[in-house]
Ligand binder design. Structure first.
Ligand SMILES: N[C@@H](CCC(=O)N[C@@H](CS)C(=O)NCC(=O)O)C(=O)O
Length: 209
């Protein structure tokens, strides 16, 4: 049994999507970020970083969205969230999941949380630099998809595409949103058409892309 501590549309989204793709029984516990519930001592005991997601697996809390995606893919190989262990495609899958986590996702964290860089708001040059870094990731991924798409691994969908589409969604209020890159938009359209995406929108009460 899994218990997912989540907040709608946040980094927990990829874990929630993965659980829906797998069809694994799970409970959801809302962490109200607006009320700073992530700083409650009871939640900090589960996740000392005070962020979502946390997934409790058989009573043990595990954190970090990309790690949870990898863990769920390994625990449920039949789900097809990752290609077969030991295959060339699996190597490519690890590379994409880690790249997405340590480059666009980490940059988004700074984009949305200026206090992480020590200021209540970003000075314009920092904001511009973060925007360039995120757009640079879209350039790189879009060019990969144009040559090798429509999904990150080529013809077949994988859990890495869930992570990418979640990150793309976070760009929707940026000066250039990720869907302006045509191959990225095409990938996101395919992911957004999946039953898991639609179901998550219903459950989490999301409306905006
Ligand atoms: N590297 C972490 C980042 C998680 C993260 O930053 N979550 C945000 C929501 S997207 C959060 O909980 N923010 C609340 C806060 O920082 O107080 C992951 O991928 O799990």
């Amino acid at each position: 049994m899994y218990t997912l501590y989540y907040s709608p549309g946040s980094a927990s989204m990829v874990v929630h999507l993965a659980l829906l793709e797998i069809g694994a029984p799970h409970e959801l516990r809302l962490v109200d970020l607006g009320a700073n519930a992530q700083r409650d001592p009871a939640y900090l005991a589960l996740n000392p970083h005070g962020v979502v997601p946390t997934l409790v697996i058989d009573g043990k809390p595990v954190t970090e969205s990309a790690a949870l995606l990898m863990l769920l893919a390994e625990r449920h190989p039949e789900s097809g969230l990752a290609p077969a262990a030991g295959s060339d495609q699996r190597e490519a899958w690890y590379q994409w999941v880690v790249y997405l986590s340590n480059t666009p996702a980490a940059t988004f964290r700074y984009w949305f949380y200026p206090p992480d860089l020590g200021a209540p708001e970003h000075p314009p040059e920092v904001r511009a630099a973060l925007q360039r870094k995120i757009e640079g990731a879209w350039d790189r991924i879009d060019s990969h998809l144009r040559a090798n798409g429509p999904f990150l691994l080529g013809r077949d969908f994988s859990g890495a595409d869930l992570l990418l589409t979640m990150l793309m969604r976070w760009s929707r209020k940026m000066p250039r949103q990720a869907t302006e890159w045509p191959a990225l938009k095409s990938l996101a359209d395919r992911v957004r058409a999946r039953p898991s995406w639609k179901k998550l929108y219903e459950i989490e009460g999301l409306t905006e892309w």
